[in-house]
Design a protein around this ligand. Structure first.
Ligand code: S3P
Length: 451
């Protein structure tokens, strides 16, 4: 695992052409967190294959073990979780360290909220800046108490409700993490907990909890999607096969689109429609992307995506699509830099509270590489035509900023650099090797990557 107390690891990436190969990317991050957490409160042994073995998810695995579940990796990529049953979590002896992961801490807060335990939650400098009120507010309705740092941040101590009451909550922000935290708290509340979301966000919690045997109903009504869960039912251990993460697949696919003479296939990508907004957007921009071998695996749609070098055109990306591609705006902005004309993206307010202020980080990264752009509080316009490159991008402890601007360097005139590549390990171990295996020239080796 990367040691974040060590010195920053600057990386460079230079222009290449002719990327070729068939690859797989690591398992889906959202599903990996959930498989570990739901396994931790199920009865019996949950067996997970394809788990994303990256820092964010390993921190969740450690937290589940500290809460009383038995979590083992057998070395061949298969993880086994023996759960404690709904309501059976124990107070951890040590602080739960969620590292860089908002999903890890917010979902775990929900999972713990209705267990009579006390837990101290901590994270790294990036996570400690992110808002936790969005989950503490609804969790307090169950009877959970919190002592948080100023502004509702980490470190925070959670005191789980001893006699929880069920809750009905309309989520004020489009957030699968908030929705999931409330549903997970509902698991050990008597009666029915309902979340109403006006904008549909990723639905892995609903799908996977149903597979674990939860009593969950989803209904689309005029005021939004109502998700109701009846609590205090046991969950039954499952076999979960985690497909490849579409948010990770986005990097090699965009690399193939923007470099000349390239053709890359990424196999076994999860294609849940609440996650595929980027692929739709790229196709509207004229991308030569084809989905092959569509199938169902582990309750999710899965397929292989082929990308060939393409002449992209700027488009307007509507706010209504932002939930389905919320993590993909940094890499879309890189694609937009190589498109003809201007790409306008709207509905980006949530980018401000990710691992970094991603809207600001993208603008800085584009500008330092000579790409004209303009941004407002929740929108971004990128004028394409190709990136000159040559700039060093500050990653602000954000894995997707680091990867996006390394991809930019594969097609820009001069090499791009990022100040710190260590955070790539939070979501995409092996990123550099995989990209270099396709024909990329990225790394810390100055002789190899000199512009
Ligand atoms: C996630 C939800 C999204 C996303 C994050 C993963 C999840 O966050 O950005 O990477 O697994 O539920 P929000 O719920 O804050 O939108």
């Amino acid at each position: 695992m990367a040691d974040h107390s060590s010195a920053a690891s600057p990386l460079r990436s230079r222009k290449v052409r002719g990327l070729k190969g068939r690859i797989r990317v690591p398992g889906d991050k959202s599903m990996s967190h959930r498989a570990l957490m739901f396994g931790a409160v199920a009865v019996g042994e949950t067996v997970i294959s394809g788990l994303l073995e990256a820092e964010d998810v390993i921190n969740t695995a450690r937290a589940m073990a500290a809460l009383g579940a038995t979590v083992r990796a057998d070395g061949s990529g298969v993880w086994r979780v023996n759960g404690v049953g709904v309501g059976g979590l124990q107070s951890p002896d040590e602080p739960l360290d969620f590292g860089n992961s908002g999903t890890g801490v917010r979902l775990a807060m929900g999972l713990m909220a209705t267990n009579p335990i006390t837990a101290l939650c901590i994270g790294d400098a990036s996570l400690s800046k992110r808002p936790m009120n969005r989950v503490m507010t609804p969790l307090a309705l169950f009877g959970t108490r919190f002592e948080a740092s100023e502004g509702g941040r980490l470190p925070l101590t959670l005191h789980g409700a001893r006699e929880a009451v069920p809750v009905t909550y309309v989520t004020p922000v489009a957030s699968a993490q908030v929705k999931s935290a409330v549903l997970l708290a509902g698991l050990n509340a008597p009666g029915t907990t309902t979340v109403i979301e006006r904008v549909a966000t990723r639905d892995h919690t609903e799908k996977m909890l149903t597979a674990f045997g939860a009593d969950l109903m989803v209904e689309d009504r005029e005021d939004g999607r109502h998700i109701s869960l009846t609590g205090q039912r046991e969950l039954v251990a499952q076999h979960i096969d985690v497909p490849g993460d579409p948010s990770s697949a986005a990097f090699p696919l965009v690399a193939a689109l923007i470099t000349e003479g390239s053709e890359v296939v990424v196999e076994n990508i999860m294609l849940n429609p609440t996650r595929t907004g980027l692929f739709l957007t790229l196709k509207e921009m004229g991308a030569d992307l084809t989905i092959e071998n569509r199938r169902l695996a582990g309750g999710e749609e899965v397929g292989d995506i082929r990308a060939r070098s393409s002449h992209l055109r700027g488009i307007r990306v509507p706010a209504s699509r932002s939930a389905a591609m919320i993590d993909e705006y940094p890499i879309l902005s890189v694609a937009a830099a190589f498109a003809e004309g201007t790409t306008r993206m709207e509905g980006l307010e949530e980018l401000r509270v990710k691992e970094s202020d991603r809207l600001a980080a993208v603008v800085e990264g584009l500008q330092v590489n000579g790409v004209p752009c303009m941004a407002g509080p929740d929108w971004l316009e990128v004028t394409g035509g190709g990136a000159p490159g040559g700039g060093e991008v500050l990653t602000h402890m954000d894995h997707r900023i680091a990867m996006s601007f390394l991809i930019m360097g594969m097609a820009s005139r001069f090499a791009t650099a990022v100040d710190d590549g260590r955070f790539i390990a939070t979501s995409f171990p092996g990123f550099l090797e995989l990209m270099n295996g396709l024909g990329g020239l990225m790394g810390a080796d100055r002789a190899r990557v000199k512009a």
